[in-house]
Design a protein around this ligand. Structure first.
Ligand SMILES: NC(=O)c1ccc[n+]([C@@H]2O[C@H](COP(=O)([O-])OP(=O)(O)OC[C@H]3O[C@@H](n4cnc5c(N)ncnc54)[C@H](O)[C@@H]3O)[C@@H](O)[C@H]2O)c1
Ligand SMILES: O=c1ccn([C@@H]2O[C@H](COP(=O)(O)OP(=O)(O)O[C@H]3OC[C@@H](O)[C@H](O)[C@H]3O)[C@@H](O)[C@H]2O)c(=O)[nH]1
Length: 346
C-alpha cells in the first residue's frame, strides 16, 4: 500500500487488509470486479456508472436514496444483467459483497445540502462510517469523493493538498464542508487502525450533461437561464472565482485514483479559473448573446477564490483535464435544450 508522507499514512499498522470476499473465488463468479457506487443515480455518479459498465468484467451495484439523483440517469442500465439499483439510504447499514466502493452519496449543490443540514452531516459522517464498516467486513477498497470545500474560503491560492483550509465550523456550509472533513478523517482512521485500502479525491466544481435543471449550482443555473431567455443571476460580488471541470475528465480522474497506488487526498479539477462575471459573459457569448446579466444577493461564507493545484494528480495519476470550459459548455447546452424542449434559434 502506498504511503504519503504529508498525511501520516506511513504510520499505518502492519495489519493486512481483510481478505476479499470468498465470492471472488466462487465457481459461478464471472466478473472480475463487483463495484458499489453510492450516489450512483446522481450527476457524477451516473457518468461514473456509464464508464464502469463499459468494462464487461465489471458488475455495478448502485445505492441511492434519490434525494437529488434520479432513476432516469441510469435508465439505460436498468434490467442489465451486470447492473443492480437499490433504493437505500447510506445512513443505514448495508450488507453487500463487493470489491470496490466509490462512495459519492451526498447532496452536492449548496441549495440541497443546506435544505436539511442535519441530514447532510449524518450522510457525511454516519454514511461514510457505514461504508467504511462495509469495506472492512468484505475487504473492499473504498474511494471517497471529498471536495474543494474542505479548503473553505482559502487563504492559499491555488490550493495544494497540503493546505489545511480556512473553514467556518459553525456556518451554514459547515454541514457539508466540515462533514466532508470528518469523512476524510474517518477514512484515514480506518486506514491506520484497520488497514483498509482508501482513496480520497478532492473534487473541484464539476459540470456537464445530466445536472439537474434546478440543481442551483452556477453552471446549470446560467445555462438554463440563457436557454429560457431569463437574466443570468450573478451572485455578488461577481469577482469570486471557481475552476470548472467537465464530467468526463472527472470520471477519468476518479477511476485512475481508484486503480492507482496512492491514497490521496488528491485534487481532481480543472485549473482554468474564472470569475462568476466571466462565466456569465462566456455563457452569454456561447448560448444567448441577447440575454441580460443581473447581480443578486449572495449567501454567507461563499468562498472568494478556488483553483486546484493539480501537480499531484499529474505526477501520481498521470491525469490532467482535457476539456476546456468553452468546449464543455456547448455539450451541456445540447443536453439542457433537449430536456427543456427548447430548440436553438437559427
Ligand atoms: N459536482 C461537483 O462539483 C462536486 C464537487 C465536489 C465534490 N463533489 C462530490 O461528488 C459527489 C457527487 O456529486 P454530484 O455533483 O454528482 O451530486 P448529486 O447531488 O447529483 O449526486 C449525489 C447523489 O447522492 C444521493 N444521495 C444523497 N444523500 C444520500 C443518502 N443519504 N443515501 C443515499 N444516497 C444519497 C443523491 O440522491 C444523488 O443521487 C458528492 O459526494 C459531492 O460531495 C461534487
Ligand atoms: O445562480 C448562481 C449560482 C451561484 N453563483 C455563484 O457561483 C459560485 C459557485 O457556486 P455553486 O453553487 O455552483 O458551487 P460552490 O462552488 O459554491 O460549491 C460547490 O463546490 C464544490 C462542491 O463540493 C459542490 O458541488 C458545491 O458545494 C458561487 O460564488 C456562487 O455565489 C452565482 O453567481 N449565481
Amino acid at each position: 500500500m502506498a504511503n504519503n508522507s504529508s498525511n501520516g499514512s506511513q504510520q499505518a499498522t502492519t495489519k493486512p487488509p481483510p481478505l476479499p470476499s470468498p465470492l471472488r473465488n466462487s465457481k459461478f463468479f464471472q466478473s472480475n470486479m463487483r463495484i458499489l457506487v453510492t450516489g450512483g443515480a446522481g450527476f457524477i455518479g451516473s457518468h461514473l456508472v456509464d464508464r464502469l459498465m463499459e468494462n464487461e468484467k465489471n458488475e455495478v451495484i448502485v445505492v441511492d436514496n434519490f434525494f437529488t439523483g434520479s432513476k432516469d440517469n441510469l435508465k439505460k442500465w436498468i434490467g442489465h444483467p451486470r447492473f443492480e439499483l437499490i433504493r437505500h439510504d447510506v445512513t443505514e447499514t448495508l450488507l453487500v459483497e463487493v470489491d470496490q466502493i466509490y462512495h459519492l452519496a451526498c447532496p452536492a449543490s449548496p441549495i440541497f445540502y443546506k435544505y436539511n443540514p442535519v441530514k447532510t452531516i449524518k450522510t457525511n459522517v454516519i454514511g461514510t462510517l457505514n461504508m467504511l464498516g462495509l469495506a472492512k467486513r468484505v475487504g473492499a477498497r473504498i474511494l471517497l469523493t471529498s471536495t474543494s470545500e474542505v479548503y473553505g474560503d482559502p487563504l492559499v491560492h491555488p490550493q495544494p493538498e497540503s493546505y489545511w483550509g480556512n473553514v467556518n465550523p459553525i456556518g451554514v456550509r459547515s454541514c457539508y464542508d466540515e462533514g466532508k472533513r470528518v469523512a476524510e478523517t474517518l477514512m484515514f482512521d480506518y486506514h491506520r487502525q484497520h488497514g483498509i485500502e482508501i482513496r480520497i479525491a478532492r473534487i473541484f466544481n464539476t459540470y456537464g450533461p445530466r445536472m439537474n435543471i434546478d440543481d442551483g449550482r452556477v453552471v446549470s443555473n446560467f445555462i438554463a437561464q440563457a436557454i429560457r431567455d431569463e437574466p443570468l443571476t450573478v451572485q455578488l460580488p461577481g469577482t469570486q472565482t471557481r475552476s470548472f471541470c467537465y464530467v468526463s475528465d472527472m470520471v477519468d480522474g476518479l477511476i485512475r485514483l481508484m486503480e492507482g497506488e496512492h491514497t490521496g487526498p488528491i485534487n481532481i479539477g480543472n485549473p482554468g479559473e474564472f470569475t462568476m462575471l466571466e462565466l456569465a459573459e462566456t455563457v452569454k457569448a456561447l448560448i444567448n448573446p441577447n440575454v441580460e446579466i443581473k447581480t443578486v444577493e449572495n449567501t454567507p461564507d461563499d468562498p472568494r477564490q478556488r483553483k486546484p493545484d493539480i501537480t499531484k494528480a499529474k505526477e501520481l495519476l498521470g491525469w490532467e483535464p482535457k476539456i476546456k470550459l468553452r468546449e464543455g459548455l456547448p455539450l451541456m447546452e445540447e443536453d439542457f435544450r433537449q430536456r427543456l424542449g427548447v430548440a436553438e434559434k437559427k
